[in-house]
Ligand binder design. Structure first.
Ligand SMILES: C[S@@+](CC[C@H](N)C(=O)[O-])C[C@H]1O[C@@H](n2cnc3c(N)ncnc32)[C@H](O)[C@@H]1O
Length: 294
């Protein structure tokens, strides 16, 4: 991705959330308050003008997205399911004792900002590329800082997650954590994804979980997003955020195990494909030497 330009895909996800606020049926799926918070963040950060946001929040825009649904069938609604999935994972994880939430490649996601006041005993961390994180920080400052929300501007391709978090005074090495990697891993090179999951296991205590979305690999070895895969792969490249990683669902168990995680499909609450993505959860189980039990 372009180092000095805020993420276009993060911007697109945020605009889709705003539009989904008017799509019939989505009010039952979208987490409460997300549409309003996303609109505010887009404007306060300067990522979008008030006119763009107003235009995005119209029935006309719902129709525009629906007209383009043939390219990535079901993907607009999938963003609502993805947000709901991640928020459920965070709430479930906190319910089981997590004291930290780490959102990787957070973009203009508002989960941390919305949930931080509800869970004052939990610290929320977000990491994103400096170009995007800086805009986000400006927006959050204007919307109202949260004492337990920490925005970190780092390129995870250049600095190891372990080192990034070591530099944070608030991060607890032994804290139970919920890690969210939503719409992120498809944009990283394969070796970076493996490295990232490995690093996540290094920074996580027993009982932690990682929730993520991924694009499955097709029979030709490329990310498979359906009939228009070739066009979509090309378009992603053109916008400067190519899809570079995918995995076959049947290979996920082994991949996670090799990275220090245990696939936990029972916790995911869904095995369905939403749009072009699958949602997954993995947990950190105790090893023979650990005294803590789950
Ligand atoms: C598709 S967006 C998803 C944003 C957010 N997770 C959501 O779903 O609303 C991908 C995000 O990952 C971030 N990202 C990609 N590569 C990164 C890297 N090497 N280090 C930090 N952030 C990165 C981008 O800046 C962007 O905000």
């Amino acid at each position: 991705m372009h180092k000095n330009r805020p993420s276009r895909t993060a911007y697109k996800v945020a605009l889709c959330i705003v539009t989904l606020g008017l799509k019939s049926g989505m009010e039952k799926i979208l987490p409460p308050g997300i549409v309003d918070a996303t609109e505010k963040l887009l404007v306060a950060s300067g990522a979008a003008t008030p006119t763009t946001v107003r235009w995005t929040h119209t029935q006309r825009m719902v129709s525009v997205y629906e007209a383009f649904d043939w390219m990535l069938p079901g993907q607009l609604e999938a963003f609502a399911h993805r947000k709901a999935f991640c928020e459920r994972q965070v709430r479930d994880g906190i319910g089981e004792g997590a004291t930290q939430v780490l959102v990787l490649g957070a973009g203009y996601d508002t989960l941390g900002w919305r949930l931080a006041p509800e869970f004052p005993g939990v610290n929320f961390f977000e990491i994103d590329h400096p170009a995007t994180a800086r805009l986000k920080a400006k927006g959050i400052k204007e919307m109202g800082q949260r004492d337990n929300l920490f925005l970190i501007a780092e390129d995870l391709g250049e600095r190891k997650l372990v080192d990034v978090l070591k530099a944070s005074e608030q991060w607890r090495r032994n804290g139970r954590t919920v890690i969210i990697a939503e719409g992120l891993v498809m944009y990283l090179p394969p070796e970076a994804v493996r490295e990232l999951f490995g690093q996540c296991s290094e920074i996580s205590a027993v009982g932690s979980r990682i929730a993520f979305s991924y694009i499955p690999t097709g029979s030709d070895g490329r990310p498979d997003v359906g009939r228009w895969t070739g066009l979509m792969l090309w378009l992603q490249k053109v916008v400067g955020e190519p899809w570079t990683w995918s995995i076959r669902p049947e290979e996920l168990d082994l991949f996670l195990e090799e990275s220090g995680w245990t696939n936990a499909p029972a916790l995911a609450g869904t095995t369905a494909k939403h749009g072009v993505e699958f949602f997954s959860v993995a947990t950190m189980l105790p090893t023979a030497g650990d005294s803590e039990t789950l």
